[in-house]
Write a protein that binds this ligand. Sequence first.
Ligand code: FES
Length: 161
Amino acid sequence: MTESTRTSDPTPTARRTVLAAGAAALAGGTLAACGGGGGGGQSPSAESGAATPSAASSAGAPAGAAEALLKSSAVPVGGGVVLKKEKVVVTQPTAGEFRGFSAVCTHSGCLVDKVADGTIDCPCHGSRFKVTDGAVVKGPATRALPEKKITVAPDGGISLA
Ligand code: FES
């Protein structure tokens, strides 16, 4: 019995050792995974650090875009766009030809509010001005809309000159 006990003891012990080692390996793997999670906690800070340069570069792009009032593609051929904030009308009488005018009506100072049928129209008393040169088409206004010099960048951005 003693011998059988001795012979049977080493084997289970060895198995326990192997199992214990395996458990330790699993535990180690689990710990490593947790460690990875902790490392993941560091990753966001690394990402936020990486985001700073990209935020800076993207901040540069809008700054350049902010100089343009609008894109030339936004101005219909034969029509125009009223930029109320800037008090400017940008027209495109023919394809590729852009003109800028004051959006302040020369009659009594209202802001023109639309461009339609080849004219820039004032809502207050019905004056209409040509999209080509700002000349009066219909009163009561008697003076043309003053020209505003504009430039069209190669990328299509339209800015005040
Ligand atoms: Fe424009 Fe009178 S203010 S028509």
